[in-house]
Design a protein around this ligand. Structure first.
Ligand code: PGA
Length: 222
């Protein structure tokens, strides 16, 4: 079929991705654009609440996110594991300890993502479940800013393990009970909306390309 020939796929692809996925989604677009030079792409990166808003307004073809909305009728497919881990500066005294009780987190200065963040929700619900109250010293609206703050000794935090790729060695993953919080990234679209050929092509590409990301994440020391 002529339309299936790679060079002939043309059109617009509108994507939005959750902040934690920006560690691999833009990079994977490179080879995709080379394969399909006729496809123009727009990518918005925003937090969980931002994605829901874009979905509500029908702004994109595909949404890459971790918590699939329950009150919107969507089709979704998991494609990559997204573990949330406790991070501290490399020289932190807890970095060498094993099986740290979750209660111990309440003694540390904690850096928290902003309201509307899915990471924040996941962390808060685990802490609540175990009745742990953390001292939030700093609230930051960016994974990258949090990483810098951790490396600068301002406190500890919980972020997607993928925020450490490529691994620079200045941050340690703490071995805290009940962590990592296990999650997945999903590629999502409203059920009522027929996917374009271009969007379908991207989905297929994504499911295949993440194998490489999975291999890379193995290189981070646990
Ligand atoms: P977010 O991303 O914290 O930027 O909302 C979280 C997620 O991956 O769900």
């Amino acid at each position: 079929k002529v339309a299936d020939l790679k060079g002939l796929k043309q059109g617009q692809l509108r994507l939005s991705a959750i902040t934690t996925a920006k560690y691999f989604v833009p990079r994977l677009l490179g080879p995709f654009c080379q394969l399909y030079p006729g496809i123009d792409i727009s990518l918005q990166v925003t937090n969980h609440e931002g994605i829901l808003e874009r979905m509500g307004n029908n702004q994109d073809d595909l949404y890459i996110m971790t918590r699939v909305p329950e009150n919107i009728d969507v089709s979704y497919q998991p494609f990559l594991e997204n573990p949330l881990v406790v991070l501290a500066p490399k020289n932190h005294p807890l970095a060498k300890e094993k099986n740290i009780p979750i209660q111990r987190l309440s003694e540390e200065a904690f850096i928290m993502r902003e309201p509307g963040s899915g990471t924040r929700k996941a962390v808060q619900s685990l802490l609540k479940e175990h009745d742990v109250k953390v001292k939030v010293k700093l609230e930051l609206g960016s994974n990258e800013a949090i990483k810098q703050a951790i490396a600068g000794g301002l406190g500890i935090s919980v972020l997607s393990r993928h925020t450490l790729i490529p691994y620079k060695g200045d941050i340690a993953i703490l071995d805290v009970e009940y962590f990592p919080i296990q999650g997945h990234w999903y590629v999502v679209h409203p059920s009522g909306k027929q996917l374009s050929i271009v969007a379908k092509t991207y989905c297929e590409y994504l499911l295949d390309a993440v194998k490489q990301i999975r291999d890379e994440s193995v290189t981070i020391p646990a």
